[in-house]
Every structure is written in C-alpha cells, then in structure tokens.
Design a protein around this ligand. Structure first.
Ligand code: SF4
Length: 213
C-alpha cells in the first residue's frame, strides 16, 4: 500500500507543483493566514491579508488592539468575531510565553488560541519543514474516497495517513489534495472521475462519467 500511496502522491505532485495558498513565507503570516482561513475561502483571506498586516504588523500591535478592533479589519471573512478574539489571545500568548516567537512543536502550537492540529501542521510543514499532515475538508474527503482511511474524525484520519504514507511525503498530502479536491475530486459536486489521473488506484464506486454534450 505504501508503494501505491507514493505513486498517487507522485502523480498529484507533478500535476500540482505549487506551494500551499496559505504558505505565506513567515511563521507569523502563515499561522495568522491559516487561522483566518477556517470555514472561509483562501481567496477571501488573501484579499484582506495585506491590509490587515499593514495595520497590525507585529504581535505587540495585535495584543494591544481590542478583539472588536481586529474584528473590524477582517469582517469580510467567516467567523470573524471569534477569529479576532483568537488572534488577540494568540498574540498575547506568543509574547508572554514564547518570547514573541511562533513555537516550533505540535505540543506548544496547539496551546495557542484558535490553533488546532490542522493549523499547527501547516505551520510545522510550511515554515519549519517538520513532517506533518494537515487534515482539512479536502484531505478528509479524498483520503476516504481513495480508501486510505475510514476515520470519522480529522484526528483519526491523520493517524491513519501517518501510518500509511512515507514520512517524507506527508507534506505533499495537504498541498496537492487541496488543489486536486477543488479541480477533480470535488466535494460540493460529484467527483469528476473521468478526468482523474489516479483513478486506477481509487476504489470509489461507481466512478462518474463525463457529462454528455
Ligand atoms: S477516481 Fe473519482 S473519487 Fe477517486 S480520487 Fe479520482 S476523482 Fe476522486
């Protein structure tokens, strides 16, 4: 099975060589971007992100602002009130407990407000090159369709993928599955199996056919 997962990930990596949308270059930008992207499209986050960071370029500025002020500058994204509260708490905690630096371990990252395993995994993989698997809605769905996991929670799916996929390929999973999930193995609509480059390794049944013209 490891051989099979490697082949699938190799094919998808070739088709989707781009970095993750929320791989924003620094740990500070990446943790904020991923936190803000929950239940919102990446496009919506990227639209407001430059002006948000211009207004709040440091943890100090974010810690000094009130959650209501932060909320105002991100109010076009989903769940902005709770995200603003989390961002304010996260800035305070990073300043007070981590010397102003984004921590580099899963155990520490998940103690930050608004940061779960998915966000922590993105930060570890993108910024610190620590092997990690971020299970978002695309990874969850595609792992099930490919028969790589039957897990009912993201945590369980993550555990299954960690056993099944070689560690050096963990970081390719989220990066490639997100784009594959938007283009071909879609969630809101039925998957487009007729154009799937990894269909021969997928047990999903019945596979869909191209709509007739
Ligand atoms: S064959 Fe269909 S269900 Fe399976 S991975 Fe491809 S698009 Fe998804």
């Amino acid at each position: 099975m490891k051989n099979e997962t490697s082949q699938v990930l190799r094919i998808l990596s070739k088709r989707y060589p781009q970095k993750g949308d929320m791989d924003l270059g620094t740990p500070e930008d990446t943790i904020l971007g991923v936190l803000m992207s929950a239940r919102t499209t990446d496009v919506q986050v990227l639209k407001i992100f430059p002006s948000f960071r211009k207004k709040y370029p440091t943890w100090k500025k974010l810690a000094a602002a009130s959650p209501a002020e932060i909320a105002q500058s991100i109010n076009t994204i989903g769940l902005y009130i709770s995200k603003a509260k989390a961002i304010n708490g996260l800035a305070k905690k990073i300043l007070n407990e981590f010397d102003g630096k984004v921590p580099q371990t899963m155990e520490e990252l998940v103690t930050l407000p608004g940061v779960g395993r998915k966000t922590a995994s993105c930060v570890l993989a993108y910024c610190f090159h620590v092997p990690a698997i971020a299970v978002d809605t695309h990874v969850f769905r595609i792992a099930h369709r490919l028969g790589w996991s039957k897990g009912k929670t993201p945590e369980r799916v993550e555990q299954d993928l960690r056993k099944l996929v070689a560690e050096k390929e963990w970081m390719d999973i989220n990066r490639t599955f997100v784009r594959f999930g938007r283009e071909i193995c879609t969630g809101a609509r039925a998957p487009r199996c007729w154009m799937c480059p990894v269909a021969k390794w997928c047990p999903y049944s019945p596979k869909t056919s191209a709509p007739s013209a």
